[in-house]
Design a protein around this ligand. Structure first.
Ligand code: ATP
Length: 269
């Protein structure tokens, strides 16, 4: 039987400084970094460290980035997988992959496990609909029992991301499982400007570029959209055979992205 890995392992170099804004979210996950680096402090007080952190927010708001930054700041290995990659597996395989993943992460502890789109396996169970899917249920049960099975001293923290927290099985949110929730909303105006500045690093901006103006014109954009905006502006400069990005490049990029969104929403009608 195939033993193809469904998860990746790496050692992120990502830091909190790579994430613009979201100071509150960073402060909340800082505790995980602290636990992975100084477990003795928890032992001394007889405290059980954080086990699971659920990050909730719209697509592209930097949930993966935040999880990677936790691993980077703690300098620990990062095991990541996507919940949706389990959905198409044969019965029994999903559960055994979860077992392998946790076994590997424990071997390499201290470590972080990151599960993107956890709703694909952790959506509410019960009769009818998608919830009666056997495979998914077994995978979820395996995940729950792995999280319950950590010995008190195990330095493995599971971070998971979803944009639909309301459909998650309540069993996931019980104490000792995902007992912390961090909200990652769309960025504010000030955060958008800061995200644009991070992605403009290393690029040459013409004097007429005002990132505050670009931020004003992009309400509803996620961090991923803003990263894309800066890159599109740079591509616009390339097309004009320039190395310097102008305000007009940013405007053209924004227009292109907004038209892309309008087309996407038309397609839903
Ligand atoms: P999804 O839910 O779609 O998986 P996500 O919330 O995990 O998205 P990421 O993949 O972490 O989002 O973000 C995508 C990219 O957007 C990042 O790699 C980064 O380039 C940029 N980005 C998002 N948020 C920020 C931020 N606060 N600061 C800097 N860059 C950001």
């Amino acid at each position: 039987k195939s033993k193809a890995r469904v998860y990746d392992e790496d050692r992120p170099g990502t830091r909190f400084a790579d994430i613009a804004g979201y100071e509150g979210s960073k402060a909340e996950v800082m505790e995980v970094v602290d636990f992975l680096k100084h477990p003795a402090r928890y032992d001394r007080a007889g405290a059980v460290g954080p086990k699971g952190v659920l990050m909730v927010g719209p697509p592209g708001t930097g949930k993966t980035l935040l999880a990677r930054a936790v691993a980077g700041e703690a300098s620990v290995p990062f095991f990541s997988l996507s919940g949706s990659s389990f959905v198409e597996m044969f019965v029994g395989v999903g559960a055994s992959r979860v077992r392998d993943l946790f076994a590997d992460a424990r071997k390499r502890a201290p470590s972080i496990i990151f599960i993107d789109e956890i709703d694909a396996i952790g959506g509410r169970r019960g009769p009818g609909g998608f919830g009666s899917n056997d495979e998914r249920e077994q995978t979820l049960n395996q995940l729950l029992s792995e999280m319950d099975g950590f010995e008190p001293g195990a330095r493995v923290v599971v971070m998971a991301a979803t944009n639909r927290a309301e459909i998650l099985d309540a069993a996931l949110l019980r104490p000792g499982r995902f007992d912390r929730t961090v909200e990652i909303p769309l960025p504010s105006y000030v955060e958008r400007a800061a995200i644009l500045a991070i992605h403009a690093r290393g690029k040459t901006l013409a004097p007429d570029v005002d990132l505050g103006v670009a931020a004003r014109g992009t309400p509803g954009f996620s961090g991923a959209d803003l990263a894309n905006l800066v890159n599109e502006a740079a591509i616009n400069a390339v097309r004009a055979d320039r190395g310097v990005l102008t305000a007009a490049d940013f405007e053209a990029a924004r227009d292109r992205l907004l038209i892309g969104r309008r087309d996407a929403s038309n397609a839903l009608l």
